[in-house]
Design a binder for this molecule. Structure first.
Ligand code: PEP
Ligand code: MN
Length: 358
């Protein structure tokens, strides 16, 4: 259920409605919009009891939300969600495109810095790198863990890039949340409901990758798990799904971009690296993703991909990353977007860019 407040409703009226929802035994989710505030209601098993919500001061109407996902739905929030990063002008969602780039895994300080320097110079706003890796084989490189988180915190300080890294379980989640700017939940964990709820209780943006065989509804319901716990900063990421096709690692399902945008206000990025698994296919698919209306791309970049400890064959060279950025810059205006190149750190907050956890 959704309570739509009148445009002129006061903060006190909004609070009174939230209190009333709590009294009914449900959870209120006030979602401010450009025109008016809507208050999503969760916690009901069947149809929620409306009580006398409609009669409360400042309430315009009470609407039943028929979709299984509520807080992720455009019915509840019409405007696109834009995620901001205090201290910089980097955003995810909205007019500006977000570019997340970096190696699959952090392998050493030298490797991470060499790549970060080049992606920062080419205009990425976010640096990605795995500290904890979900590997198919238990004998494969599992990530440097805390050491990698420390290296990435140094990279944030040195280059102003915001850090995106994956938490693979409940044990690593708090640590990742402490050190990173965006917590990645990987494809293999998209339906790890305890991890999603845990991420929902944190107050850090979450980048949720689509499960390898997840439908659109399952993808949005996974996001709903995070939102339902009060964390409204969720970024979706299409990274390819399993099909019969074997010319690529996965099959990039670009049509999910407009499908998500029709149903949900959440931003969606595309990861052409894991979607294709092949370096020569990353640039064409990155261009296509932007043309299809994605809010940005996440790509794996390595300065020596032949030596990479994970995902070398799909990692593009820094020179290809520059080429990709130049292409995206040209495509962006066609889809009414802009590629802001680089992070502009606001000086007033410059002292927050240290290499400590945040
Ligand atoms: C990754 O981003 O390195 C990764 C493991 O991605 P996915 O969960 O999409 O396979
Ligand atoms: Mn990878």
């Amino acid at each position: 259920m959704l309570v739509v407040m009148k445009a002129q409703a006061t903060p006190e009226e909004i609070q009174a409605v939230c209190d009333h929802i709590v009294q009914l035994g449900y959870r209120p989710h006030p979602l401010p919009g450009a025109q008016r505030t809507a208050i999503g209601i969760t916690g009901n098993q069947g149809e929620a009891d409306r009580g006398n919500l409609e009669e409360l001061s400042g309430v315009a109407e009470v609407i039943r939300v028929s979709k299984p996902y509520k807080l992720a739905s455009r019915d509840v929030k019409e405007e696109d969600t834009v995620i901001r990063f205090p201290g910089t002008d980097a955003t995810i969602g909205g007019r500006n495109l977000a570019i997340v780039a970096g190696p699959c895994s952090i392998e050493s300080r030298e490797q991470a810095f060499a790549i970060a320097e080049q992606v920062a110079a080419a205009g990425a706003q976010f640096f990605r790198g795995g500290a904890y890796k979900p590997r198919t084989s238990p004998y494969a490189f599992q990530g440097l863990g805390l050491e990698a988180l420390r290296i990435m915190a140094e990279i944030r300080e040195r280059f102003g890039l915001r850090i995106v890294t994956e938490a693979i379980d409940n044990q690593t989640l708090d640590l990742v949340a402490e050190w990173a700017d965006v917590i990645q939940v990987g494809a293999r964990n998209m339906q790890n409901f305890s991890l999603l709820k845990h991420a929902g209780r944190l107050r850090k943006p979450v980048l949720l990758k689509r499960g390898m065989s997840a439908t659109l509804d399952e993808f949005l319901m996974a996001a709903e798990y995070i939102l339902s716990e009060g964390n409204y900063e969720v970024v979706l990421c299409e990274r390819g799904v399993r099909t019969f096709a074997d010319h690529t690692r996965n099959t990039l399902d670009l049509s999910i971009v407009p499908a998500v945008q029709r149903l949900s206000h959440l931003p969606i990025l595309v990861d052409p690296s894991h979607a294709t698994g092949k370096r020569d296919k990353v640039l064409p698919m990155a261009r296509a993703a932007i043309a299809a209306g994605a809010d940005g791309v996440l790509v794996e970049v390595h300065h020596q991909p032949e030596k990479a400890l994970s995902d070398g064959p799909q990692s593009i060279y820094p020179s290809q990353f520059v080429e990709m950025m130049n292409d995206i810059e040209k495509i962006a205006p066609v889809v009414h977007r802009k590629l802001p190149r680089g992070v502009h750190v606001q000086l007033a907050d410059a002292d927050t860019h240290d290499s400590k956890p945040r």
